[in-house]
Design a protein around this ligand. Structure first.
Ligand SMILES: CC(=O)CC(=O)SCCNC(=O)CCNC(=O)[C@H](O)C(C)(C)COP(=O)(O)OP(=O)(O)OC[C@H]1O[C@@H](n2cnc3c(N)ncnc32)[C@H](O)[C@@H]1OP(=O)(O)O
Ligand SMILES: NC(=O)C1=CN([C@@H]2O[C@H](COP(=O)(O)OP(=O)(O)OC[C@H]3O[C@@H](n4cnc5c(N)ncnc54)[C@H](O)[C@@H]3O)[C@@H](O)[C@H]2O)C=CC1
Length: 282
């Protein structure tokens, strides 16, 4: 795979584009307006400058990585790419619309993948006429750091598509795991209900946000606490995943805590909106 198209330049899209370009592969990253494209490119540049500042990459390498990334608002540039990685919002209706558009646009061989956190690959694939070439390629946040990629086949995804995505994952330095289609796959079915439970503990006044996080860092050896992790992921993404788990399984244990929903309604989405369980305003 020589040319990859990433759809969405947000938290995940920017990190995925950086990861791919750092592995020597050309990547186009698309968002819906130029301001969002510029914001994504600025995040990538800042990340690379941090690595440069620490002496982990040379200036020439930073420039080379940046030169392999093209920011755009143009969907048509997906046409001749080998792989599309969709990292737009966690909403089935929007993903179906995007995949139907991509299907009409892209060459026959293009593999269409989604970085969805929880949604059905089979349902996304059904919006196309190439369900054998649609697959889940689930990265973790922050994408340049986290080693895992969950690869999820839908009911019609071919072995050939799986093998190609597995090979690419390894080429960009990730460790892929094969996961059968199920709501939330492996990691999020465990992780997001844990974050939801931390929100419940916070809302019940059992401990402060900082103490809940300290408890899980020092008591369970987690690198960051669950509320800080919710802020890193995006509380809107956490809520969307809880709602999918609840709807799909019909089990009340997956009910999103009302406080999580209220935060999202307030626009307190975590780091990306500079406010969540903590304040990030600069
Ligand atoms: C919702 C979904 O669908 C799926 C998901 O993604 S679930 C979320 C999965 N992610 C996690 O669980 C992350 C848990 N947290 C961690 O592992 C760590 O806190 C962390 C790696 C994010 C940061 O590590 P830390 O030790 O707490 O902080 P810090 O020392 O600042 O960072 C460690 C390194 O990561 C880098 N880093 C931190 N955040 C970064 C980011 N957003 N982008 C790129 N690099 C980043 C730092 O620059 C630092 O690099 P060096 O080692 O080269 O100095
Ligand atoms: N935040 C996280 O920790 C993780 C999120 N995911 C998944 O990745 C996807 C993206 O999530 P985030 O990056 O967190 O969201 P985000 O809200 O940070 O970014 C989403 C971006 O997609 C853009 N977008 C919307 N429609 C688009 C379109 N048609 N074309 C191009 N861009 C479009 C938005 O303008 C926005 O910039 C979601 O499906 C989410 O569930 C997966 C792994 C981790």
């Amino acid at each position: 795979m020589d040319k990859i198209y990433v759809l969405g330049a947000g938290t995940m899209g920017a990190g995925i584009a950086q990861t791919i370009a750092s592995a020597g592969i050309r990547v186009i990253v698309r968002d819906i307006n130029q301001e969002l494209v510029d914001r994504g490119m600025a995040i990538i540049t800042a990340n690379l400058e941090k690595l440069e500042g620490k002496g982990k990459i040379m200036t020439a390498e930073k420039e080379a990585v940046l030169s392999r990334i093209t920011g755009t608002t143009d969907m048509a540039l997906a046409a001749d790419c080998d792989l599309v990685i969709e990292a737009a919002v966690e909403n089935m209706a929007i993903k179906k619309k995007i995949f139907s558009e991509l299907d009409a646009l892209c060459k026959q061989e293009t593999i269409l993948s989604t970085n969805t956190s929880s949604l059905s690959i089979t349902e996304v694939a059904a919006a196309t006429r190439r369900p054998d070439r649609v697959i889940g390629m689930h990265f973790f946040n922050p994408a340049p750091i986290m080693k895992l990629v969950e690869i999820i086949k839908g009911i019609a995804t071919s072995d050939h598509t799986f093998d190609r995505v597995k090979q690419l994952s390894e080429r960009i330095g990730k460790t892929p795991v094969k996961v059968a289609e199920a709501p939330g796959f492996v990691v999020n079915r465990i992780l997001i209900p844990m974050i939801n439970e931390a929100v419940a503990i916070y809302a019940e006044g059992i401990a402060s946000a900082r103490d809940i996080d300290t408890a899980m860092k020092l008591g369970a050896n987690h690198p960051i606490g669950p509320l800080a992790l919710g802020d890193l992921i995006g509380l809107d993404v956490c809520l969307a995943v809880m709602d999918v788990l609840y709807q799909e399984f019909g089990d009340p244990k997956y009910r999103a805590h009302p406080t999580l929903r209220t935060y999202v309604r307030a626009g307190w989405l975590g780091m990306k909106s500079e406010k969540g369980f903590y304040d990030y305003a600069r």
